[in-house]
Design a binder for this molecule. Structure first.
Ligand SMILES: Nc1ncnc2c1ncn2[C@@H]1O[C@H](COP(=O)(O)OP(=O)(O)OP(=O)(O)O)[C@@H](O)[C@H]1O
Ligand SMILES: [Mg+2]
Length: 241
C-alpha cells in the first residue's frame, strides 16, 4: 500500500479540556500518541473514551488546551479515519457504500472497482458486493465500516468499541482484521470495555476515568503491574464508578 509520510503523527494533546456549559467531558488531558502498536483506551461508561477519540479525530474542538497532529494545529482529518460504535450504512449495496467512500476520498473511477474487491477481501466480505448494506448483520456491518474507513487509506484509524455487542466469532474476525491493518503500518487508536480485547490488541493501554487519564503504560506492564488504585481495580474486574 502506498502511503504518504505519516504526517498526522504524533497526535499531541496539551492540557485539553472539553466542556459544555454544565459538564466537563475531558479534563486537562495531556498525552502523545505515536506511531506503532495500537493505543487502546479503556474505562467505564461515561469516562470519556468516545469524546477523546472524537477530539483526536478533529470532530470536537477543545474548550481549553491545544491539539497538534504531526506538529500541525487544526490539521484537517485527511489521513485520519473513524469507525463509530454504531456505524450508519447508506441505503445502497455493500459495493455502493464503498464506491461512495472511494469517491469521497477522491480515488479515480478507474481504480475503484479493483479497490472495492481488495477492501472486501481484507475484511472478509468477499462476494458481498451486491447485498443491501443495511441488511448485513451487526458484525458484517462493522467489517464494512472498517473497509469504508480504509478506503481513505488513513495513517491513523480510530475505532470506537469495534466489537461491542458482537459474539465471539465476529469479535475474532474483527480483531484479526484490526491486527492485519496494524501490521500494515496503520496506527490504530481504539476504545474498548473489554480488558481481554485490550490484552489481545494493545501495544499500550490508557485508562480514563471521569474525563481524566488515570494511568498509561505498555500493555503487559499495565495488565501485570498496574500502578494506580483505579487501574488495579479495573484490571481485577472490580467496578469503577
Ligand atoms: N455533547 C454532550 N453534552 C453533554 N454531555 C455529554 C456530551 N457528550 C457526551 N457527554 C457526556 O460525557 C461523558 C463522557 O461520554 P463519552 O461518550 O465520551 O464516554 P465513553 O467513555 O465513550 O462511554 P461509553 O463506554 O458508554 O461509550 C458522559 O457522561 C456523557 O454523558
Ligand atoms: Mg463511548
Amino acid at each position: 500500500m502506498m502511503r504518504a509520510m505519516a504526517t498526522d503523527l504524533p497526535i499531541r494533546f496539551d492540557g485539553v479540556t472539553i466542556a459544555s456549559r454544565t459538564v466537563t467531558l475531558l479534563d486537562r488531558v495531556t498525552l502523545q500518541i505515536e506511531a506503532g502498536a495500537p493505543t487502546v483506551f479503556i474505562g467505564p461508561n461515561g469516562s470519556g473514551k468516545t469524546t477523546l477519540l472524537r477530539t483526536a479525530m478533529g470532530l470536537l474542538v477543545p474548550t481549553r488546551g491545544r491539539i497538534t497532529c504531526g506538529g500541525v494545529e487544526k490539521s484537517p482529518p485527511i489521513h485520519r479515519a473513524f469507525v463509530f460504535q454504531r456505524p450508519a450504512m447508506l441505503r445502497r449495496t455493500v459495493a455502493g457504500n464503498l464506491r461512495y467512500a472511494l469517491r469521497a476520498a477522491r480515488i479515480a473511477p478507474a481504480g475503484r472497482e479493483k479497490r472495492i474487491e481488495e477492501l472486501l477481501a481484507l475484511v472478509g466480505l468477499d462476494g458481498f458486493e451486491k447485498r443491501p448494506a443495511r441488511r448485513l448483520s451487526g458484525g458484517e456491518q462493522q467489517r464494512l465500516a472498517l473497509a469504508r474507513a480504509l478506503a481513505r487509506d488513513p495513517v491513523v484509524l480510530f475505532l470506537d468499541e469495534p466489537t461491542a455487542s458482537l459474539d465471539p466469532a465476529s469479535t475474532k474476525a474483527i480483531e484479526d482484521v484490526i491486527r492485519a491493518i496494524a501490521a500494515s503500518g496503520v496506527k490504530i487508536v481504539m476504545s474498548t470495555h473489554d480488558l481481554g480485547e485490550a490484552r489481545r490488541l494493545a501495544g499500550e493501554i490508557i485508562l480514563l476515568h471521569r474525563g481524566r487519564i488515570i494511568e498509561r503504560a505498555a500493555a503487559t506492564e499495565f495488565l501485570n503491574s498496574p500502578k494506580t488504585e483505579e487501574a488495579r481495580r479495573f484490571v481485577a474486574g472490580e467496578l469503577l464508578v
